[in-house]
Design a protein around this ligand. Structure first.
Ligand SMILES: Nc1nc2c(c(=O)[nH]1)N[C@H]1C(S)=C(S)[C@@H](COP(=O)(O)O)O[C@H]1N2
Ligand SMILES: [Mo]
Length: 528
């Protein structure tokens, strides 16, 4: 099949007769990229659909008269019209990509990556979007690049085409065989996309309901005081932006509950069972609280910790409504996806502690990834025993009758957060000029409070750092230590915290299981 004289010819010489094959190859790679991204979005993150995000961006950017004209012509089919236009545009872009592919695989790859970046940008710039939402665009772009490369290899096996970059050709393909393959890939991409869109429709419906959710004004605010954020460059912010907030759960695909259908049942050792809809829940007084959540799996110096502004209904109030029996000592919360957490009753009924059924995070309805429409937030306890997301059921019970998801899996039944601290600045291994060196970081003892943070250089004496302000004892606290006359050389910095009850952070190194790591965080830096 291969006509030898053509083997060495330049790529330009296949122009004309092979235009259709190249165009189709580009369309196939684009379909594979976008289609797989939509499929990934369905099970990874409902807010991660690039088509939805770009569509939303187009809608926002369309001038009102054009919008009105489209609605006048297409009525409620305006969204369908937008999708059709986007798919046609993508087909055109794909065709162009194929023409570029004929000249240069690297340039075509680059263009596909730019297309992926456009989708990614549209996704991550929507408000309240968590970082996982970026994953579908990234994976989809990866799929597209791989498909593009494979198609280029197949194209090299066509008659009158330049061999692949490595000079290889492989067994010959007829134009017909190539076209069939490209069409199969295109169909697979369209199929994946269609499946992702159809299966994800419920999630996106929930998504628009989520965006429209009206949050009740809190009866009590918890303002962040000036000076909570010490603003040291390189240190994390006092309030963690939602997109940077760590996410831990057992959910393979993010549950996207329908807020209108959501209800919470409170039962067990109670005098009067209660089932609440979201409206009924939100008809009770809502409070705002700044609370630092943390995962028991956080290593010393790790990142599985975040501080957010939550609003919600105190669980204490609801437990008072249902009347808790005296023999109860635990509340087993269950999520829509069957995760359970066993929370000590006293942490929920404590009048001085606002354990919440939270509905908002940093001023937005909870993101799906963080438990929309309702999750628990309990100051002072690790997430696995308290922070149930997508919560639908609270059973008042006893520790000797029930246990949470992680307890039979090697984690302790009770999980109070351990006093800890970390160094965020300078980075491990950093090199700085000798003289004044600024050290900064965070310390936490949720619901007890941080009284002091101390630094030790090269195993020298412990010296007090300056502390940031805090809204309450339920948040972490920033610290800064200005080390003056720091001499040249390599130094080991260690940090420890002291809580408001006078306890000093445990320096003994222990692993995260069964009830949280201990040990001191340290960094080594070089001063020149
Ligand atoms: N439904 C559900 N809720 C859950 C979990 C889970 O696996 N499923 N994990 C818990 C754990 S271990 C932690 S640390 C926190 C994390 O909350 P975040 O993902 O909002 O940071 O959620 C808790 N709530
Ligand atoms: Mo966790």
């Amino acid at each position: 099949m291969v006509s030898e004289p053509d083997a060495g010819r330049g790529p330009r010489e296949d122009a004309g007769s092979l235009g259709v094959e190249w165009g189709l190859a580009g369309v196939a790679a684009t379909a594979a990229a976008v289609g797989s991204a939509e499929l990934f979005a369905w099970f990874l993150s409902p807010s991660g659909s690039p088509l939805t995000a770009v569509g939303g961006w187009v809608i926002d950017a369309t001038p009102p008269p054009v919008k009105e004209a489209v609605i006048a012509v297409f009525g409620t089919g305006d969204k369908v019209f937008l999708m059709v236009v986007m798919v046609l545009l993508l087909a055109l872009i794909g065709w162009g990509l194929g023409r570029v592919l004929r000249r240069s695989l690297p340039v075509a790859r680059g263009l596909l990556v730019i297309l992926g970046l456009a989708g990614l940008t549209a996704v991550v710039t929507r408000t309240g979007t968590p970082l996982v939402a970026a994953v579908p665009s990234v994976l989809g772009t990866g799929v597209g690049v791989v498909v593009l490369t494979v198609l280029r290899r197949w194209a090299a096996r066509l008659p009158r085409t330049a061999p692949a970059a490595d000079g290889s050709r492989g067994p010959a393909l007829t134009r017909r065989q190539f076209v069939v393959r490209a069409l199969v890939v295109t169909a697979a991409g369209l199929g994946a996309g269609a499946l992702g869109r159809v299966a994800g429709a419920a999630a996106r419906a929930a998504s628009s309901v989520r965006e429209a959710l009206r949050l009740p004004a809190p009866a009590r605010l918890d303002p962040v005081p000036a000076g909570a954020d010490l603003g040291v460059p390189g240190a994390g912010p006092f309030v963690t932006p939602t997109k940077d907030f760590y996410r831990i759960d057992t959910a393979l695909s993010v549950p996207t509950l329908d807020a209108a259908a959501w209800s919470l049942r409170i039962h067990g050792l109670v005098d009067r069972e209660l089932t609440l809809t979201l409206d009924e829940l939100l008809s009770r007084p809502v409070v705002e609280r700044v609370v630092t959540l943390m995962c028991v799996s956080n290593e010393v110096g790790g990142n599985l910790i975040g501080n957010a502004v939550w609003t919600g209904v105190p669980i204490r109030d609801l437990l008072a409504e249902v009347g808790v029996r005296p023999e109860a000592d635990m509340v087993l919360s269950t999520s829509q996806d069957r995760f359970t957490a066993g929370t000590p009753l006293e942490a929920l009924t404590d009048p001085g502690r606002d354990a919440l059924l939270a509905v908002s995070m940093n001023g937005e309805p909870l993101p799906f990834e963080h438990g929309y429409p309702v999750r628990m937030v309990v100051p002072g306890l690790y997430g696995y025993v308290s922070a149930t997301k997508w919560v639908v059921d609270l059973e008042v019970t006893r520790f000797d009758r029930a246990q949470g998801y992680w307890t039979p899996r090697g984690w302790s039944a009770r999980g109070p957060i351990k006093l800890s601290s970390r160094i965020e600045v300078p980075a491990q291994g950093a090199t700085r000029p000798a003289g004044e060196v600024v050290l900064a970081g965070t310390a936490w003892a949720q619901h007890t409070g941080i009284a002091a943070v101390q630094l030790s250089v090269d195993s020298g004496p412990w010296r007090d750092a300056d502390l940031g302000a805090v809204p309450s004892s339920d948040t972490w606290r920033q610290w800064v230590y200005r080390w003056s006359d720091a001499p040249a050389g390599t130094h080991r910095l260690r940090v420890r915290a002291v809580d408001s009850a006078g306890r000093v952070q445990d320096a003994v190194q222990r692993p995260t299981a069964p009830d949280g790591a201990t040990g001191l965080h340290e960094r080594t830096i070089t001063l020149t």
